[in-house]
Structure formats: structure tokens, C-alpha cells
Design a protein around this ligand. Structure first.
Ligand SMILES: Cc1ncc(COP(=O)(O)O)c(C=O)c1O
Length: 577
């Protein structure tokens, strides 16, 4: 780790014996050997030349639904719409005059890049940002507008990072790590410092923090556990990028082979060493959430605030919903309310619930601990979303919230059977309906239904089955949701057809490149592609592979290097394509 010339952090850490990695429930925060050195680093962090103290807003709708006071820490309102500028600002503020003259370099596809560019601009120093060529134009433009030099290199963060390290050496610049750096961690820790100033920590049950490389949770957890060890610090990760969860299970950072890119801010393959050391000591739990749940959380946040979070920015809310569902009705010992502290705080801060407001208004003394549900705080960490991704988010939000279910149903191909099927569905709202003749005896229906309650899903499936129609629940079938619903047809007589779902780096000309790589040796018999505005394109392809060339084809597929899943056995393919 490059700590520049001011490596006092390393000295302090060397003097500080590591505390046990056991749970910290009863940890008073300040042991005999003193507080964690990060407490001082966070107190001294210099972020407010660039960042704002973001509001901590009450979320009345979520509070009602989850049966707990919900507070949202609005980092989406920062000047570059994410918390990442805090860490970058603190790192850049710590540069010596000589280092500042050398300028800074970083690698990032989005939020860190904007944070570094803005902080460097404010300090009047040169910044080079290496971004993968797949980075959406809107983010590249945002960094250029902040006067940073943009170098487009590689298809992913790792390749961009390797190039940034080369530039660090070649141009003698200072590398600003996106998370594994004590100054960056301390800068991110100021989010927690503000939360515990904005409301009374005694009334908080848990704080939910999105995790990528772990910089945010490392800084926040160090502060929270030092001041209020009873508060649970819960990390939230996408279920296809569980870097911290795996690392905690293994007892050390683990490099994942491949991670999902939907929540791009959290799509990191390995947590940092320093961030892991802190998370292991202070984080109580990691919750994993799916992409559809994240879309549902984006919708919740929109309904609450009219702001649109990016997927990583909504992870904490998705995790909080899981936690609340799991622990519904469970009270914990907290003070009666997380009352705002002081008159200034009362103006600025979120009052935690009616009880809190009453306490604050009446000027009553400190609340007495009672056994009840404490406040749940979620960090809304960013809002840098490409507009064209909204279509996908909106499509998935209802499925993610279990307010919609999709089914494949086979009905007899004879007059009146379609009508009978509709009678079984009854007066439920139909969100989607595709009907297709399959053969003289059968027809297939792909149907989406709005659900009043998640438990209805199984009841509907059972009712359809009881009517004598074979039915398959496709609500968790990624291929059906991503492709088949847009291309329902009859089965084609394509011999030896095998079906694959591919991902490839999304950039202009990429589709052509992909087709070129698949090559002309085998016939493509089916193809579906949709641009989701994300950095990876997703394709469903049917390819005719005869028995003699099967081994050659499999070897070719491996050599292509595109991540893929074979879907030949998928019931949605069998029924509709
Ligand atoms: C919006 C957003 N949320 C969460 C994260 C994860 O932060 P960290 O890498 O510090 O864990 C990032 C990282 O870039 C982000 O941009």
C-alpha cells in the first residue's frame, strides 16, 4: 500500500495491539490499550472542503412496512452523487506539497473516479483516471468535466487498475486506492460520525452498509463500535459478488473468479487487506441480496424520496428489508428513542419516530432503556445510474418485491380452454400474457400476475395445477425473465440445437465482435440480445451442434472466454422456443 510520505498511520497501527476478532457485543469500545486509531483518523479526516454533511432522513413508508423506524443516510446527495468523494478528499488532502506536485492517478469505472477528479480539482492538482473502455459515456464525460485526464483501458476494473499502476510508476504520480488505504477508510468513516451526531445512537438497533472493497464499512464500523458497541453493523453485498462474506468465512480475503456487475459499485473481486482486518473485528453480519431485490429497493427509495439510487446505492435498503422480515416482532434493548442531540441537531437531523419527536419537543430527559425495536439506518450510497438502465430496474422491481409472479402453463389446444384458464386466474391483475400454439393438442402460455401478498404465488400455482394444466413457476428463472418473455414463440424444428446464455463486455461493436468470435463453423438458430445500459451485454443464443463436432464445439466455447450458462434443459426454453 502506498502511504506516501506521511505514513503516521502505519506507526500508530504498529503500536496498537489487535483486539480479538470475536463478536463485539459487549466490547466497551475503548479497551485498556485505548480506542482504535481509526477513531482519531476519522475525527481528523478532512472531507468538508469537497463533501457535504448529508442529511439523515426519516423514511415513513418503509418504517410503517418494516415495523421499525427507518432512517436513510443520503449520500446520493453528495456533489458527485456518492460517498466516494469523502475517502478521495481525505487522501488528497493528506498529500505533502511535493506529492501534490506529482499529481494523482486512480482506476475506477465510476464513483471513485469522480471523487478523485473533484478532490484533485479543488486542490488544483493533476489527476489521471483510468477507466475500462466499457464505462458508460455519461461517467467518462462527468470525469472529463472535472478536468481530469481520462485514459480508457481494458474491459474491466482489474485491467484498468494494472494500467493505472503503470502510470504511477512511469509518471511518478500518487496512486489513490478506491478502498484499501487508511486515509480513504477514515474519510468514509465520517459517514458514521455524522449519523451518530444526527441522532442518538442509543436508539439505533442496526446500521446497514453496502460493501464492495470494504472501505465504507471498515471506516463506519470502527467509529460505530467505538461509540456504541450495541449497534449492529451489517454489511450488504450482491449475492453474485459476496467478497466480504467469503473472506469472513475463510478468515482472509479471497479472490472470487467472477462477480456479477449489476450493482457495479460493489462488483469487486476481493476485499482489501486493511478493510478486511477492520471488518473482521467490527462487522456483525453480512446479508446477501439478489438483483431483483435490489431493483425493488430502488423502487422503495424512489417512493420514499423521489430520488433514484443506483443499484449499489440501494443495496443497504434491500439488506435492511431482509433483516426486518427475518426478525419481525423481535425487540431489542435500546433507549426508548434515538432522540436528536441538541437544538442544532434537532433542526438538521431526522427525529427518530413520534416518540423521539415528543421527547425532543417536551425537552424530556434521556430515555429509559426498554425492550423494543430500535431504529434501522441504511446508507443510500450513490445515485450514478445510466438512464437507460431504468427500464430493466422497473421490469424487475415487482418480481424482486414478490409483488409479481411469472408462470409457464400448458393448456389443451381446443376452443374454450383459454377462457377456462382465465377463469382460474380470476380477477387478478395480469402484468403480461403471451399465448402460443405448440402442436395440435397443446398451447403454451407465459403469464405474469400481480400479487397482493408474496404467499399468493404458491396459491396461484396450486390453483392452476388443480385445474389440470401443467404449470411451472418461472419467477426465479433468470433466462425466462431476461430473454424468453420477450421472444415467446413456437418450437422451431432446428436439429441438434443447444441454447446458451452469454455475457460479454458491452461497448460499441461488441455484438459484432461476439458473433465473430462464435464464428461461422456452427449455425446460429436463435438469438436474443437486449441492451440494459450496463457494462455487460447479455445474449441468448441457440447453436446447432451435431454429435460429431460436439467436443470441438465445447473446446471452442471454453476458448472464447465469455462467461456462459448452458440453458438447453431450461423448462422455459422447452416450452416457448
Ligand atoms: C454507490 C456505491 N456503493 C457502495 C460502494 C462500495 O464501497 P466500498 O468499496 O468502500 O466497500 C461503492 C464503491 O464504489 C459505490 O460506488
Amino acid at each position: 500500500m502506498n502511504l506516501g510520505s506521511e505514513s503516521t498511520f502505519e506507526v500508530v497501527r504498529a503500536e496498537q495491539p489487535r483486539r480479538s476478532c470475536a463478536k463485539v457485543d459487549s466490547d466497551p469500545g475503548f479497551s485498556d490499550s485505548g480506542p482504535d486509531p481509526y477513531v482519531e483518523r476519522i475525527l481528523k479526516a478532512s472531507v468538508y472542503d469537497v463533501a457535504i454533511e448529508s442529511p439523515l432522513n426519516p423514511a415513513p413508508r418503509l418504517s410503517r412496512r418494516l415495523g421499525a423506524e427507518v432512517l436513510l443516510k443520503r449520500e446520493d446527495l453528495q456533489p458527485v452523487h456518492s460517498f466516494k468523494l469523502r475517502g478521495a478528499a481525505n487522501r488528497i488532502a493528506a498529500l505533502s506539497a511535493e506529492e501534490a506536485r506529482q499529481g494523482v492517478v486512480c482506476a475506477s469505472a465510476g464513483n471513485h473516479a469522480q471523487g478523485v477528479a473533484l478532490a484533485a480539482q479543488r486542490r488544483g492538482i493533476a489527476a489521471v483516471v483510468v477507466m475500462p473502455v466499457t464505462t458508460p459515456r455519461i461517467k467518462v464525460e462527468a470525469v472529463r468535466e472535472l478536468e481530469a485526464e481520462v485514459v480508457l483501458h481494458g474491459d474491466d476494473f482489474d485491467q484498468a487498475c494494472a494500467r493505472a499502476r503503470e502510470l504511477e510508476r512511469a509518471r511518478g504520480m500518487i496512486f489513490v486506492h478506491p478502498f484499501d488505504d487508511p486515509w480513504v477508510i477514515a474519510g468514509q468513516g465520517t459517514v458514521a460520525m455524522e449519523i451518530l451526531r444526527q441522532c442518538d445512537g442509543a436508539g439505533i438497533e442496526a446500521v446497514f452498509v453496502p460493501v464492495g472493497g470494504g472501505g465504507l464499512i471498515a471506516g463506519m464500523s470502527a467509529w460505530i463500535k467505538a461509540l456504541h458497541p450495541h449497534i449492529k453493523v451489517i454489511g450488504v453485498e450482491p449475492d453474485d459478488a459476496p467478497t466480504l462474506e467469503r473472506a469472513l468465512a475463510a478468515g482472509k480475503p479471497v479472490r472470487l473468479g467472477r462477480v456479477g456487475a449489476f450493482a457495479d459499485g460493489a462488483a469487486v473481486r476481493e476485499v482489501g487487506r486493511e478493510t478486511f482486518a477492520l471488518a473482521r473485528r467490527y462487522v456483525d453480519e453480512v446479508i446477501l441480496v439478489g438483483a431483483d431485490e435490489t431493483c425493488a429497493a430502488i423502487q422503495d427509495l424512489f417512493e420514499e424520496t423521489r430520488a433514484i439510487a443506483e443499484p449499489a446505492g440501494a443495496l443497504a435498503v434491500a439488506g435492511m428489508k431482509r433483516y426486518a422480515a427475518r426478525s419481525a416482532g423481535v425487540g431489542v434493548a435500546v433507549a426508548a428513542a434515538a432522540a436528536p442531540t441538541g437544538a442544532a441537531a434537532a433542526r438538521r437531523a431526522a427525529p427518530v419516530g413520534a416518540a423521539a419527536a415528543a421527547t425532543a419537543d417536551s425537552g424530556a430527559g434521556p430515555a429509559t432503556p426498554v425492550n423494543r425495536r430500535g431504529a434501522l439506518v441504511a446508507v443510500v450510497s450513490g445515485a450514478n445510474l445510466n438512464f437507460d438502465r431504468l427500464r430493466h430496474v422497473a421490469e424487475r422491481a415487482d418480481l424482486g418485491a414478490r409483488r409479481e409472479a411469472v408462470f409457464a402453463v400448458e393448456i389443451p389446444e381446443r376452443p374454450g380452454s383459454f377462457l377456462r384458464f382465465c377463469e382460474v386466474i380470476g380477477r387478478r391483475a395480469v402484468t403480461e400474457f403471451n399465448y402460443r400454439y405448440a402442436d395440435p393438442a397443446r398451447a403454451h402460455i407465459f403469464v405474469g400476475l400481480a400479487l397482493a401478498d408474496p404467499s399468493e404465488r404458491e396459491a396461484v400455482r396450486a390453483a392452476i395445477a388443480a385445474s389440470g394444466c401443467p404449470v411451472t413457476d418461472l419467477s426465479d428463472n433468470e433466462m425466462a425473465k431476461l430473454h424468453v418473455r420477450y421472444m415467446v414463440g413456437g418450437r422451431a424444428p432446428a436439429a441438434d440445437e443447444r441454447v446458451f446464455r452469454f455475457e460479454f463486455p458491452e461497448r460499441p461493436g461488441a455484438l459484432l465482435e461476439f458473433l465473430g468470435a462464435v464464428g461461422g463453423r456452427w449455425n446460429i438458430s436463435l438469438f436474443h440480445y437486449r441492451n440494459h445500459g450496463a457494462d455487460r451485454g447479455r445474449v441468448l443464443a441457440g447453436i446447432q451442434v451435431d454429435a460429431e463436432s460436439a467436443a470441438e464445439f465445447d473446446a471452442h466455447l471454453e476458448a472464447l472466454g465469455f462467461p456462459y450458462v448452458e440453458e438447453t434443459g431450461n423448462p422455459a426454453y422447452r416450452a416457448f422456443l
